[in-house]
Write a protein that binds this ligand. Structure first.
Ligand SMILES: [Zn+2]
Length: 537
């Protein structure tokens, strides 16, 4: 008898880590992805972006995209280059954001690879290719198809999908699926829910997340599992921001905010505008130095009809203190300003973009405050700063950190632990399995604990590891794990890697030599190090 393929899901990313969201779903009649995201973080994690997909791209029929963030969408151009020819379904907001986010990501990779190859050439190493180019990121968009919220559509044979507002960023969605694994009408479909990234309640611009209930299986993010954020009113949130702005500007300082270009930047601009309008902070110039954030701001204006708190977005460009700097020349000119201004630049984790040259230029100054407002993945420059590092490496140079590093958690685009529990309980009953993904292992474990404490019952709570494959049934026994060989162990996706350790060791080593009493003791230290190296070998 021919074996009939059941419903399979493979967790090809965001398993015990936050980035690289990608679920490969297969039935006898269809093979598709939910998200196709890029891995971000340490070099070990990012290496996965260069390796082949754990599936055959030309055999994928379609992609269901939850939202525009690069860790959910960033490998779509690579999928297209590798032979994928089907449609990518998304909301109109997501499509508009991706129209510049993906080309921008391609451009950043071309630039990074250009610098890397110059270094590789000097070191006699082979050159590398970018994951994809700006041109390829533009070409893949011909496959993008928009769909409306709360409207069923036939995505493939036996597969119906419906998108729900996830309240996370413009266009973000949770995806409800009904799957007939053998595409037979008489069969009761398996009901699935993919959370995507879920926004907090009372978020600027968006209504609270919503979705239906009663599923066989749910796959839910756990980014902030176990973390309880204080609920703040909009005025309380602005007061937190005003405190840091005043503290810096009133002391002849410069406030630098590494900001995620999409949504976090627009929220910040709205609040800064309101605070200046109410004279609660000085009328200082505010530089937005990110071409991508400037384009994102325009998309927000185009979508103003569908956003809450619209008075803000419509007034976004009206503040005479705003300076949007497009060109590299304009960006560099900001270096001449030493105090009395606010500078907002991408990327949010300081691992790419113009923020890096600003940090190189300002981290060593005592009158600078770096205000961190978003999630920082381990191994990124933003995380190293939060960690209190006294020297960091930027573009190959050691830079002293004399600036004040401050963090506020009032602009999160993610639900906190309680809101995640609330969202999951509202999807119930969940009959056969709940998978917690998109969170470090300890966050997913914390969310499981909170769920059990809140009285969650009915099915197992599973925390899959990278490349785990499960077969889903409508039966008490729940999901059945299949044998796979993971590309890397989930363990090595979290925490720092040897590249981080080596960079830190080099910084410590130099400091040790500078501290030494005289050249004689430096020579002794050098001899001891050489001996240690030779012995090890
Ligand atoms: Zn997201």
């Amino acid at each position: 008898m021919k074996h009939k393929m059941k419903l399979n899901i493979q967790f090809c990313g965001a398993a015990q880590t936050v980035t690289g969201s990608c679920y490969w779903v297969r039935t006898a009649a269809s093979s598709f992805l939910v998200d196709c995201g890029m891995f971000q973080g340490t070099k070990t994690v990012k290496q996965l972006n260069y390796e082949p997909f754990p599936f055959m791209p030309e055999q994928i029929d379609f992609v269901l995209l939850t939202h525009a963030h690069i860790d959910h969408s960033g490998l779509l151009p690579k999928l297209y280059n590798a032979g994928f020819e089907g449609p990518v379904y998304m909301t109109a907001g997501t499509k508009d954001l991706l129209s510049f986010m993906l080309p921008d990501s391609g451009y950043i990779q071309e630039m990074e690879v250009k610098f890397l190859n110059q270094r590789n050439a000097r070191h006699g190493r082979e050159s590398v290719l970018p994951i994809f180019t700006q041109k390829e990121a533009i070409a893949c968009q011909q496959q993008f198809q928009t769909i409306d919220y709360e409207t069923w559509f036939e995505a493939g044979p036996g597969i119906r999908a419906r998108y729900w507002n996830a309240g996370h960023i413009l266009g973000s969605a949770s995806i409800e699926l009904e799957i007939n694994s053998e595409n037979q009408q008489k069969q009761t479909p398996i009901r699935l829910m993919f959370s995507g990234d879920i926004g907090p309640d009372n978020k600027l611009f968006h209504p609270d997340p919503e979705a239906p209930s009663d599923f066989d299986y749910a796959i839910c993010e756990s980014t902030y599992g176990g973390i309880q954020r204080q609920a703040l009113s909009p005025d309380e949130r602005r007061a937190v921001l005003a405190h840091h702005v005043n503290d810096t500007l009133n002391n002849d300082g410069m406030l630098v905010v590494p900001a995620f270009a999409v949504e976090r930047t627009q929220e910040l601009l709205v609040d800064l505008s309101i605070l200046q309008h109410r004279q609660q902070i000085p009328q200082s110039p505010i530089f937005l130095d990110s071409p991508m954030a400037i384009r994102a701001t325009r998309v927000f204006q185009d979508h103003a009809d569908n956003l809450e708190d619209v008075n803000g977005p419509q007034r976004l460009l009206d503040n005479p203190n705003f300076h949007f700097t497009q060109t590299v020349g304009e960006s560099k000119a900001i270096n001449r300003i030493h105090s009395g201004a606010i500078l907002v630049a991408a990327s949010g984790m300081c691992d790419a973009g113009r923020i890096r040259h600003h940090l190189k230029h300002r981290l060593w100054r005592t009158n600078t405050t770096i205000l961190i407002i978003g999630y920082q993945e381990k191994g990124t420059l933003g995380h190293l700063l939060l960690d209190g590092k006294k020297t960091v490496k930027i573009q190959g140079d050691d830079v002293k950190v004399n600036a004040r590093i401050e963090q506020i958690d009032v602009y999160s685009g993610h639900a906190d632990g309680n809101e995640l529990v609330e969202w999951i309980l509202s999807r119930g009953p969940l009959k056969y399995g709940l998978f917690l993904t998109h969170g470090e292992n300890h966050r997913a474990q914390a969310l499981r604990k909170s769920l059990l404490e809140a009285g969650f019952t009915g099915c197992d709570i599973i925390i899959p590891t990278l490349d785990d494959k499960v077969e889903l049934h409508r039966a008490e026994k729940g999901p059945i794990f299949k044998k796979t060989s993971p590309r890397v162990q989930s363990k090595s996706l979290s925490g720092l890697d040897w590249h981080n350790d080596l960079a830190q060791f080099q910084i410590d080593l130099r400091a040790e030599f500078e501290r030494a009493a005289d050249d004689r003791s430096r020579q002794i230290l050098l001899r001891r190090l050489r001996r240690a190296l030779n012995n090890e070998a």
